[in-house]
Design a protein around this ligand. Structure first.
Ligand code: FES
Length: 267
């Protein structure tokens, strides 16, 4: 049977396209939002103050291993950290959630387009003539995503514990009392969004997806796989929602600690 010859792929010059829609708009939005987040998170991480208020601890500083707030696990910063090294509790832990987000499969697709235009968009001319993939330096390092995922799962447990601690308020007598403020709810919503993002991770879904070529057969394994798969379908949504929530949670606690706004105690 004769087959019709397929049309030859036409190579476009960089940015050339026949598209009439605003294909560049999502890329521009990604560039602005992601850049703003990086600038804010870097500024907040180097601040080293106003990251705790009452029972609240900013997610950028959790867990606080060494620090000046009462949340610190091991007390004030140790003497063995040289004074010429800029130290804040956030700088010790942010590489883990930061690395997880930076190597996320969804974000890679988004920032490859938005930041270095490779590719700029579907059917838009690329800066290169060949596709090299992520199997050589430096992009081969993106494969560490699975290891960052292990750390991210631990962080969900730690941040959940911080929400629990945000329910216990110091009393004038030095004891603690069960209560809830607006900040507790903000921290709770933040950890829910972060968990929805983390548990929908492609690497985690692969991990719980059974053994080679077979899906899990046990009830627990199947429930985990189905749960991951469901969250995975909304991975993009949770990626952005959790990015906003983590920054806004830090901002809320920071403004309370600076006495710019007053936290409302609900009970
Ligand atoms: Fe996005 Fe793993 S693929 S967090």
């Amino acid at each position: 049977m004769s087959q019709a010859a397929l049309p030859r792929r036409r190579l476009r010059v960089f940015m050339q396209t026949e598209r009439k829609d605003a294909w560049w708009a999502p890329q521009l939005l990604t560039f602005v939002v992601f850049s703003s987040f990086i600038v804010y998170a870097t500024w907040a991480a180097f601040q080293g103050e106003f990251y705790a208020h009452g029972p609240y601890l900013s997610p950028f500083y959790a867990p606080e291993l060494w620090g000046t707030s009462h949340h610190a696990w091991f007390g004030p910063p140790p003497d063995w950290i040289p004074s010429w090294i800029p130290f804040t509790p956030a700088l010790l832990i942010l590489p883990f959630p930061g690395g997880f987000r930076f190597t996320c499969y969804y974000y890679r697709g988004a920032y490859y387009k938005a930041f270095w235009q490779d590719p700029p968009g579907c059917t838009v001319g690329e800066p290169r003539k060949s596709y090299l993939g992520e199997n050589s330096l430096p992009l081969i390092f993106q494969n560490v995503h699975r290891y960052f995922m292990y750390a991210a799962v631990v962080f969900i447990g730690l941040l959940s514990y911080d929400v629990w601690l945000a329910l216990w308020w110091e009393t004038p007598g030095g004891g603690t009392q069960f209560g809830m403020g607006v900040g507790t709810i903000i921290m709770f919503v933040n950890v829910c969004l972060l968990a929805s993002y983390t548990f929908g991770c492609h690497s985690l879904r692969h991990l719980v997806g059974g053994s080679k070529d077979t899906l899990p057969k046990g009830a627990v394994g199947k429930a985990c796989y189905d749960g991951c798969s469901k969250l995975n379908t909304k991975h993009q949504l949770f990626a952005w929602a959790s990015l906003f929530s983590v920054a806004l949670t830090d901002l809320y606690i920071r403004l309370c600690a600076m006495d710019v706004i007053t936290d409302i105690r609900l009970f």
